[in-house]
Structure formats: structure tokens, C-alpha cells
Design a protein around this ligand. Structure first.
Ligand code: MG
Length: 314
């Protein structure tokens, strides 16, 4: 099966070899939130409906439990000290794993009301933790615990690194989902998967200009998904957007032009750059996790954007 659908003729050159996805783990119900931990040489991810997190050891290929139960964890990222920051549907909070193994709650409420079910998270260079808060973890008991929304809306939040205050940053989304900055943090991208809850609702990624003090402006649609939904995504060092979609991974130029697709046998939910060489793309796709080798000449710098634990901001 040809796995690459090239729109731009140079798209295949971003991959090593023939870009055949390697299935490194299976058996999940809905896998999400991959994070590569360079200090451990492993990939961790969530299997949300099974209420567990798994770990793939890069040296041995072994897959084991990382957290079980996981409080229905979803998206993860590393902060600038290499600590794992997690969105948890079950606790309706964003948490951080400390070096001693203990857990710190980063955010659980906004204006005195419980969050819905934090979904995906990113840490800015100033240490602020940005996350999205749709209702997927409280809509039913499948990915968390069914409950009403106390806030009554689905926002994007920023946790101030100095005060620890949880502030709303974007309030005009139906169901905000994946989010990511570009390398120099002049742009913030946020997916809206509102189509799940609204006929003709959004299934796109929006892009915001990031000004002084992380003030946001703009918010135009960057790309509209033509197969399924954009869920989680990452940017590479050159500003390309690599996003999950119903048929695999879509790659967009900073202009919003679709460069090509990496086709997978299952719907993709999220992805991350990483690996010991920094040249791998890991994709969480429904029941399985896939590894795709990237061309080394550009991928190493891209991976650094997802490995804050080893590379300080420049
Ligand atoms: Mg998500």
C-alpha cells in the first residue's frame, strides 16, 4: 500500500525511505497524547477508554503500563524541565509529574467552577501552560465520568507561570482540541472539533497571531479537514503543521497549503516528533501506535520542539 499522498512534489523527501509506518504497539481502544521522554528513551501515550497510559521502550521494543489507572489521561507534553504535564478527564484537571513521582495539580477550576475535561496541552517558552477544555471526558462514561459542564462552555486556558492562575485565553470555540505554537511563538494554532456536537460545526484548525505578553489576535481558519477531524497536531521547526486526521496525518505549509498526507489504516488522534535520533514521527491512531522514519536533515531540529526536557529554549 502506498502510504504517501503527495500534493507537493517534495513531500516524499521529508521521509526516510518509503515512509512505511511501523506498528510499534496495538491493543488500544482510543490511543492519544503521545510524548517522547528522551531521559527514559521511551514513548508514553494514553489509551483513554481503557483508563491507562502505556510506555514503549525504544531500546527493547517492549510495551508496558506507565500509569494504570491513569485517571483517564488524554494529552501530554513535557515542560522545560522535562516533567510530564498531563490532561486528565477523570480528575478534570491538568497535572504535572514531579521528579520524585508525586503529582501536582496545575489547574482544576476556572472562576470557581470545575473544568470540563482537559484534552491537550502545550508549554510556552515563558513556562505558561496552555490547554484546551472540551467536554469529551464528561459527555459519557466512556472516556471519563459523565457529568454536566459547570462552566457551560469550552475554552482554551493559560496558566500563568508566576501566579499559577488559570485564565481563559480563547472563548469562541465549540470544542477546542489540539493546540501548538510555532517555533518562535509568533503563532498559536488551535483545532476545533465542534463537528462532533454540532451539525455543520467546525472541523478545522485556526491560527492566532501572538503579540507581546502572549496577547492573541486573528483567529482565521488555517485549514479545514477533508477526512474526519483534526485532533492533536505538532509543528516542525520550519513551521509546517503535522496534524492527525481521519485518514492518517496531513502536513500543511505555513501558508495553509496542503503538502501531502501520510495514510494510515486507522484514524489518527495525535502525534509527536522524537526518538533517539530525533528523526521519528510517532502517531497514535485508534488502536495502535505507528512510527515513521523522517529524513534526518531537517527532522532533528523539529524533534527538539517536542523534547523540551533536553533542549532549553533558544
Ligand atoms: Mg485531543
Amino acid at each position: 500500500m502506498t502510504t504517501l499522498l503527495a500534493i507537493h512534489p517534495h513531500f516524499p523527501s521529508l521521509f526516510a525511505g518509503n515512509a512505511t509506518p511501523e506498528r510499534i504497539a496495538g491493543g488500544g481502544k482510543w490511543v492519544e497524547g503521545p510524548a517522547y521522554l528522551p531521559s527514559h528513551g521511551c514513548l508514553v501515550w494514553s489509551d483513554i477508554p481503557n483508563n491507562r497510559m502505556l510506555c514503549w521502550n525504544e531500546a527493547t521494543g517492549a510495551v508496558s503500563d506507565y500509569r494504570n489507572p491513569s485517571r483517564f489521561a488524554n494529552g501530554h507534553t513535557l515542560d522545560w524541565e522535562g516533567r510530564l504535564v498531563s490532561c486528565e478527564h477523570g480528575s478534570r484537571s491538568v497535572t504535572r509529574q514531579e521528579a520524585d513521582g508525586s503529582t501536582t495539580t496545575i489547574a482544576s477550576h476556572w472562576q470557581g467552577k470545575r473544568l470540563n475535561s482537559p484534552n491537550d496541552v502545550v508549554v510556552a517558552r515563558d513556562g505558561a501552560i496552555w490547554f484546551t477544555d472540551p467536554t469529551y471526558g464528561i459527555d459519557s462514561d466512556y472516556e471519563g465520568y459523565k457529568a454536566d459542564s459547570e462552566i457551560g462552555a469550552c475554552h482554551v486556558y493559560r496558566v500563568d507561570p508566576a501566579s499559577g492562575q488559570c485564565e481563559s485565553a480563547l472563548t469562541d470555540f465549540v470544542r477546542p482540541n489540539g493546540l501548538a505554537f510555532n517555533a518562535n511563538e509568533t503563532r498559536l494554532y488551535v483545532a476545533d472539533t465542534g463537528r462532533t456536537h454540532m451539525t455543520d460545526g467546525p472541523k478545522h484548525i485556526r491560527v492566532f497571531n501572538v503579540g507581546p505578553g502572549y496577547a492573541l489576535s486573528g483567529g482565521a481558519v488555517f485549514a479545514d479537514c477533508d477526512v474526519g477531524l483534526f485532533d492533536g497536531f505538532r509543528l516542525d521547526a520550519l513551521g509546517r503543521v503535522w496534524t492527525s486526521a481521519g485518514d492518517g496525518v496531513h502536513c500543511y505549509a505555513p501558508s495553509g497549503a496542503l503538502l501531502g498526507k501520510l495514510l494510515l489504516p486507522e484514524s489518527a488522534a495525535n502525534l509527536v516528533f522524537g526518538g533517539a535520533t530525533g528523526c521519528d514521527l510517532f502517531v497514535c491512531a485508534t488502536s495502535a501506535v505507528y512510527r515513521v522514519r523522517l529524513a534526518a536533515d531537517w527532522a532533528t531540529s523539529s524533534a527538539s520542539m517536542n523534547m523540551a526536557g533536553t533542549l532549553k529554549p533558544v
